[in-house]
Design a protein around this ligand. Structure first.
Ligand code: NAP
Length: 352
């Protein structure tokens, strides 16, 4: 159980990213000094949204140059910090080289940061952004759980370098973090396991898969129908609050599922139609599994994925986060609507 001194700087990795943007905002609004090690601190296009936040807040932000794949590069930024929040990790669906583009930055990057934490005596707590994909691999796996519902006790055991590579990168990174944590007594580890993240970006032109998916719901890519799949969703602003609570609640511990509601892909489309009408080609139905199985490979959707994910439940239990982190969740309807509205305002999606 660690008490973090509020006046020490807080280091956050991946500050230019979608999830981290709102965590940085929360830290700045609470008056913290934020140490932000990023790949390109010289790129003003990347930092301008964070600079605008800092200008309007009580806190301040300082950039450092670092890369997940460059050992020791986070050391300078974590000097004097008691709290380190590690969010940086690629969230990309299609990569050329899964080991190089997903697994290495996730796993070696986590080891790189935690090895530096071990050498930085000021650090008392690390909050790691893992994922629900580190809990559930394929939707089919949930058939083995009571009420088909996963909890923090469950681990993704089915993703591999070839199958669900992103899930594999996240579960291997989280396991590496727990391994390093258990061999020392200086810092405790609190893991945040979010489901699919929705809501407006601090940078409205974010490149996280969250943007690609919600754009695809409204730009016609799914007008013939959506996959018959289920998932959990959480608002990016609530997720920022979860990271903050995980950092500053002394009793926070272990893994923490951060997810508002369990719902289907189709329900997300229905929420958008309800709020924006038929002016956008939102999906109206689900595609039959046999059809996706047949044509999926032509669109880069592997048959193994289709057979183990389409038509199965996907549910997580978020009660630990409500009980211990006092999480209050926005309804998904609000998150997806605010997100899509931002895409309309930015001209990212256009009505028919
Ligand atoms: P994102 O917007 O793509 O952010 C990823 C961040 O990681 C960016 O800041 C990126 O920096 C940084 N990064 C990538 N490779 C790097 C490297 N080699 N060295 C240093 N930094 C690197 O994605 P996100 O959705 O915010 O994801 C953030 C975290 O949340 C990830 O750990 C992800 O697994 C987790 N998560 C996301 C979701 C979701 O639905 N979005 C759900 C569960 C968990 P650049 O700006 O330089 O590219």
């Amino acid at each position: 159980m660690k008490n973090i001194n509020q006046s020490t700087p807080v280091m956050i990795t991946g500050a230019t990213g979608y999830v981290a943007g709102w965590i940085v905002k929360k830290l700045l609004d609470e008056g913290h000094t934020v140490h932000a090690p990023i790949r390109s601190p010289e790129n003003k296009e990347k930092t301008k949204y964070l600079d605008q936040l800092a200008a309007k807040s009580k806190g301040n932000i300082k950039y450092f140059k670092a890369d997940l794949l460059q050992d020791g590069s986070y050391q300078e930024a974590m000097k004097g910090c008691e709290l380190v929040i590690h969010t940086a990790s690629p969230f990309i669906a299609n990569v050329k080289n899964p080991q190089r583009d997903l697994v290495d930055p996730a796993v070696n990057g986590t080891k790189n940061i935690l090895n530096s934490v071990n050498k930085t005596s000021s650090v008392k707590r690390v909050v790691l952004t893992s994922s629900c994909v580190s809990i559930i691999g394929d939707s089919k796996d949930t058939l083995a759980y009571p009420n088909n519902t996963a909890t923090e006790k469950n681990w993704n055991t089915t993703s591999t370098l070839q199958h669900n590579t992103y899930g594999y990168s996240k579960v291997m990174a989280e396991k590496a973090a727990w391994d390093i944590n258990k061999n020392q007594n200086q810092w405790d580890l609190v893991v945040v396991n979010p489901s699919f993240v929705l809501g407006p970006g601090i940078n409205p032109n974010g490149t996280s898969e969250s943007f690609n998916y919600v754009k695809a719901l409204g730009d016609g890519q799914m007008k013939a129908g959506t996959f018959d799949m289920n998932m959990g969703c959480v608002d990016v602003r609530d997720l920022a609050a979860a990271h903050y609570k995980a950092g500053f609640t002394p009793e926070a511990n272990g893994r923490n599922i951060i997810s508002s509601e369990n719902l289907s892909f189709l329900e997300l489309g229905q929420m958008l139609r309800q709020n924006f009408g038929d002016t956008f080609p939102f999906p109206k139905k689900t595609l039959p599994k046999w059809l996706v199985w047949l044509v999926g490979p032509m669109q880069g959707v592997k048959r193994e994925f289709v057979s183990k994910n389409i038509g199965y439940p996907w549910k997580v239990d978020h009660s630990k986060s409500v009980r211990e982190l006092k999480m209050q969740y926005r309804p998904v309807n609000e998150s997806v609507t605010d997100f899509f509205q931002q895409m309309i305002d930015e001209g990212i999606v256009k009505s028919k």
